[in-house]
Design a protein around this ligand. Structure first.
Ligand SMILES: [Mg+2]
Length: 448
């Protein structure tokens, strides 16, 4: 499978439903029972993610992903002459670095130089990996070209080890997190070259080596081919090299454009991402944030377009709550899919706002719903979700509802409705305190 096909499969509109079902969020729901009160979590799975504090806002990073990325980069270097090993490794690195929160590591540092070096290293990594994949899959490389690509991958690998050091420097050395210990071991054993300069200078050094080798590649090789994709790639690469302040997402768009992949309009997307997400004045005192999948509906894949089932009492629930709460759907699903359901489900327009995957904060295998970004007084906001990890940033505002798939006798929303209606009736000042005080009170199917 070519790199081009990978992108097309994962990003084309035709693949959107399939894509949704292979999303990490989806796997998590299947792999781990979501009720925190009744199901002990797999400890090692929790350890995989580590919260890093930044001046802006904390974010979680998946430490296991770092190990897998490093293993793939090593594999590309060690098995360079075997395309069957190199190509899947390139694909995995490209995909994982897109999903992971690595692009936020630069925020750990206040000093601009370090921030720039880390960001640019991520940019060059994505470019270098896609170039490697393309030329190995489409050409039989001559000695000179093979050497150039190998040097680029070597520098990417070194840069990645330095990046990992930046992450580990924020994990206390006495921390017993298994994944952090394993990463430290890798840094110790693996081939990070010894150096007497600071990590930022060292990273700059490898960034520059990558840039030099990419320039050589464009000049000595790509300029001589008639391959239209290679020529487009060259233009994208030169644009990225010249524009050092480019963002990770802009550079990926440029590369993917060269492969003929259309991306969602990033400018349009960025405008919708500016917080606060909701207009300034709430039209109700309270805000109720509801998850979609397995909270209100359950999607079933079919031969054709697929269909969805509606949880019992959804309409009654929305109608009863809408009088006192502004209702916000906050889903980790992509917008096309969510709108397809919501346009049909919410014929009476009871839902005030919709927020989608691009409003979430990706954190390893989760898509976090950060209520701070709504622009509402958090003492008046409640979130209901069937995955507790999704609201971990404001756990005190959360109500965990059991996942629903098809049970027609389910009464969780009915129970929840009665519970929530007591809030406006009793004019609760701070819903967080109210949830805390009733946390012991277990309702059928609801766990506060
Ligand atoms: Mg859900």
């Amino acid at each position: 499978m070519s790199f081009r096909r990978i992108y097309k499969n994962s990003l084309s509109p035709g693949g959107k439903f399939k894509n949704r079902f292979t999303s990490p969020a989806r796997l998590i729901e299947k792999d781990f029972l979501p009720r925190i009160s009744s199901a002990p979590k797999n400890a090692s799975s929790i350890e995989k993610t580590y919260t890093l504090e930044t001046k802006e806002s904390p974010f979680m990073i998946n430490l296991e992903d770092l190990i897998i990325i490093e293993q793939n980069l090593s594999q590309i270097l060690d098995k360079f002459n075997n395309p069957n090993s190199v190509l899947p490794a390139c694909e995995e690195v490209y995909e994982m670095t897109a999903e992971n929160t690595l692009n936020q590591v630069s925020l750990l540092y206040r000093d601009e130089r370090t921030r720039d070096a880390i960001r640019y290293s991520m940019v060059l990594q994505a470019v270098g990996i896609s170039l490697t994949h393309y030329f190995i899959s489409e050409y039989s490389l001559n000695h000179e070209m093979a050497l150039l690509i190998k040097s680029i991958i070597f520098s990417i690998h070194q840069g990645f080890l330095i990046l990992t050091k930046f992450v580990l420097s924020r994990v206390p050395s006495d921390n017993t997190n298994t994944w952090a210990l394993k990463l430290r071991q890798i840094i110790k054993e693996k081939k990070l070259r010894k150096h007497n300069i600071d990590n930022t200078t060292f990273l700059d050094h490898y960034n520059q080596l990558i840039v030099n080798n990419m320039k050589k590649m464009c000049r000595n090789f790509i300029s001589r081919t008639d391959d239209p994709t290679a020529r487009c790639l060259k233009l994208s690469v030169l644009q990225i090299i010249r524009h050092k302040g480019i963002t990770i997402s802009e550079s990926r768009s440029l590369i993917e454009k060269a492969f003929g992949v259309k991306r969602e309009n990033s400018e349009k997307l960025e405008n919708t991402l500016k917080s606060p997400f909701l207009p300034e004045t709430p039209n109700k005192i309270y805000t109720l944030v509801l998850d979609l999948d397995e909270t209100l509906v359950h999607y079933i894949d079919t031969e054709n377009r697929g269909k969805y089932l509606i949880r019992p009492y959804v309409n009654e629930f929305l109608q009863a709550l809408e009088k006192n709460f502004e209702i916000v759907i906050f889903t980790a699903a992509i917008q096309d899919y969510a709108d397809w359901i919501l346009d049909d489900l919410d014929k009476n327009k009871l839902i005030t706002y919709r927020l989608y995957r691009h409003h979430t904060v990706p954190a390893g295998n989760y898509f976090l719903k950060d209520l701070k970004k709504l622009g509402r007084d958090l003492s008046k906001v409640i979130i209901v979700d069937n995955v507790a990890e999704n609201f971990q940033l404001q756990r005190e505002n959360g109500i965990l509802i059991k996942s629903w798939y098809e049970d027609t006798n389910d009464t969780a929303l009915k129970e929840l409705q009665d519970f929530l209606l007591a809030i406006p009736r009793n004019q609760i000042q701070d819903v967080r305190a109210y949830l805390k005080s009733t946390r012991e009170k277990m309702l059928n199917g609801i766990d506060c």
